[in-house]
Design a protein around this ligand. Structure first.
Ligand code: URA
Length: 242
């Protein structure tokens, strides 16, 4: 038996707080009857609806996917390009990505069917650290890397301070490998940050999300997160957003 607001939130209808409001507003029915109290618990056999829309009740699942380059962070693509679900034929639950990585970005992508978990991680106040490895065109000077550390002005505002580390450089090819850790998740953020300092990204890979890494996986591999990892990441997100 699970609390009604939790079931609604898990299905991705709303945050837990908004789910409570939906209940209080009389918009939720259980087996056809309006339920307005917050303490109610429901079993998997109870039919829950929000404003007449059935709430799908799947057991929550959590996966770590090593997205290769050239794959869309989506469950379908009208242009017929590869999507993440092409890599998970054996998973019966309808999982979807938590946030996105660009088509040309490889690396760590979380997949789940738990809407509440996904919303929590994608909330702007969540400060979970994401670590990327970047190959740049040209070799950025120390001063330019400092700009990234302090924050650069993009068209949607200044970026928060970042950690930046030069890993290696190739003078002959005029490229550098740089590690950058950020906790924001704006659209194409890392690419835009490097463009802002005049060194476009040639290759981009997300290597870490909180404490979770790609260790032991190759591009295209997928594994379930352990219950400990799920708990750890949920705690991190919750403590940062409260
Ligand atoms: N930043 C980007 O620019 N692209 C990604 O895919 C992820 C972070």
């Amino acid at each position: 038996m699970e609390r009604l607001q939790k079931v609604i939130a898990h299905a991705g209808f709303a945050s837990r707080r908004k789910a409570e409001q939906l209940i209080l507003d009389g918009k939720v029915t259980v087996n056809g009857k309006v339920v307005k109290e917050l303490g109610v618990k429901v079993s998997p056999n109870d039919k829950v609806e929000v404003e007449g829309i059935p709430v799908e009740r799947e057991e929550p699942v959590y996966y770590l996917f090593y997205k290769p380059r050239g794959v869309i962070s989506s469950v379908k693509d009208e242009k017929g390009r590869k999507v993440v679900t092409d890599y998970l034929p054996d998973i019966k639950q309808r999982v979807y990505p938590v946030g996105r990585l660009d088509y040309d970005t490889s690396g760590l992508l979380l997949l789940t069917n738990d809407g509440e978990f996904a919303n929590l991680l994608m909330h702007p106040s969540n400060e979970i650290e994401k670590v990327y490895v970047v190959k740049t065109k040209g070799i950025p000077s120390k001063e330019k890397l400092k700009l990234l550390q302090k924050g650069v002005v993009l068209e949607d505002g200044k970026t928060a301070p970042a950690k930046v580390k030069m890993i290696s450089l190739d003078k002959r090819k005029q490229t550098a490998i740089i590690e950058i850790s950020i906790h924001e998740g704006r659209n194409r953020q890392v690419r835009r940050m490097f463009e802002a300092i005049g060194h476009p990204v040639m290759k981009l890979k997300r290597e870490r999300y909180g404490l979770i890494t790609l260790a032991g996986l190759s591009a295209g591999d997928i594994r379930e997160l352990t219950p400990h990892e799920v708990k750890q990441i949920r705690t991190m997100a919750t403590s940062k957003s409260s």
